[in-house]
Design a binder for this molecule. Structure first.
Ligand code: HEM
Length: 292
């Protein structure tokens, strides 16, 4: 009985405890960056400051997986893909583990001087934000189990909705630590804008094609606006200049990258619905129609 319960927690099994190719594939994809970077480190392939490279890479992947975990629910609705939901916990917990590795690498970079680590976190605003984010992610990862879900009942949903403010803090940490070029961080901000806008949409629209189209317009606009505001407040560059740069497709600004991702979701949605409709229209035993 106990072994049976444990099987449900093995990362390649579905909630019913059965082996799942989808989960195994996701697990391998989630582990791939860690394996690749460990290999590059061991083969001295990370340049003159390997630890700095690893700190950046672990932070990047933590944010990517955090956004991927938030994308599960919208993709389930938009692509009519209910099974994808079994990946949400796995991706979210992995994001928290990458963030933990990020702090560990930073501590190693500080020669294990915990006093320095603590004072840097207390004194540097972007590190304080990073630390609060990590605490939040750890709380969500720990309480993500079925046991906690049952124990907290209605409060569990409320607690796990905190993933949105926590991701906002993660992105603030990302933007603040970026030096002159915030493009990569702004691309992540834009993807988050898409996810947040989907969440804010009325429930009855959340699986509709027009919503995906609206998001493909609104999310890039929000990205360009946030980028313009950032440059205006942090560097004094006029927001209108940044907005103008966003209109040039060859510049491939973050807003354009967000537009491409959002359009890809919209196109996938149309393709998937088209294929489903075609399968339904085809005569066959599944549709209750017979040949002849
Ligand atoms: C105590 C917690 C944390 C500490 C001490 C910390 C520390 C750092 C440091 C030192 C950098 C590099 C800054 C530079 O090179 O100037 C960095 C970058 C970064 N961190 Fe954190 N961080 C923390 C938490 C987090 C968390 C929780 C996340 C994400 C969920 C995160 C995501 C990132 C990202 C995306 C970058 C930028 C990577 C890049 O530029 O490629 N950090 N962090």
């Amino acid at each position: 009985m106990r072994l049976g319960m444990l099987a449900g927690y093995l990362p390649w099994r579905d909630p019913a405890g059965r082996f799942s190719w989808l989960k195994l594939g996701a697990l391998l994809a989630l582990l791939a960056p860690a394996v690749a970077f460990t290999f590059s480190y061991l083969t001295h392939d990370l340049g003159p400051r390997p630890l700095t490279q690893l700190i950046h890479a672990s932070g990047d992947w933590a944010v990517r997986f955090l956004l991927a975990s938030l994308a599960v629910t919208p993709l389930r609705a938009l692509l009519d893909w209910p099974r994808v939901v079994i990946l949400r916990r796995l991706i979210g917990v992995t994001a928290a583990l990458y963030a933990l590795a990020h702090l560990l690498l930073y501590t190693i970079d500080q020669k294990w001087n915990l006093l320095t680590v603590a004072s840097e976190i207390a004194l540097r605003f972007y590190l304080t934000i990073g630390f609060i984010t990590l605490l939040g992610l750890a709380a969500l990862a720990i309480t993500s189990t079925d046991v906690w879900q049952k124990h907290l009942r209605q409060r569990w949903k409320k607690l796990h909705r905190l993933v949105f403010p926590i991701t906002t803090l993660a992105l603030l940490h990302y933007v603040l630590q970026s030096k002159a070029d915030v493009s990569a961080a702004m691309f992540a901000v834009g993807l988050f804008a898409w996810l947040a806008l989907w969440r804010l949409a009325p429930k009855r629209l959340q699986s509709r094609i027009p919503l995906a189209l609206a998001l493909a317009i609104l999310a890039p606009l929000a990205t360009a606006l946030i980028e313009g505001l950032w440059y205006a407040t942090a560097t004094g560059v006029r927001a209108s200049r940044v907005l103008a740069a966003n209109l040039d497709p060859s510049a491939m600004r973050p807003s354009m990258q967000v537009l491409l991702c959002a359009a890809a979701v919209w196109a996938l949605m149309i393709l998937r619905r088209g294929l489903k409709a075609a399968a339904f229209a085809r005569p066959g035993p599944k549709n209750g129609k017979t040949n002849g």
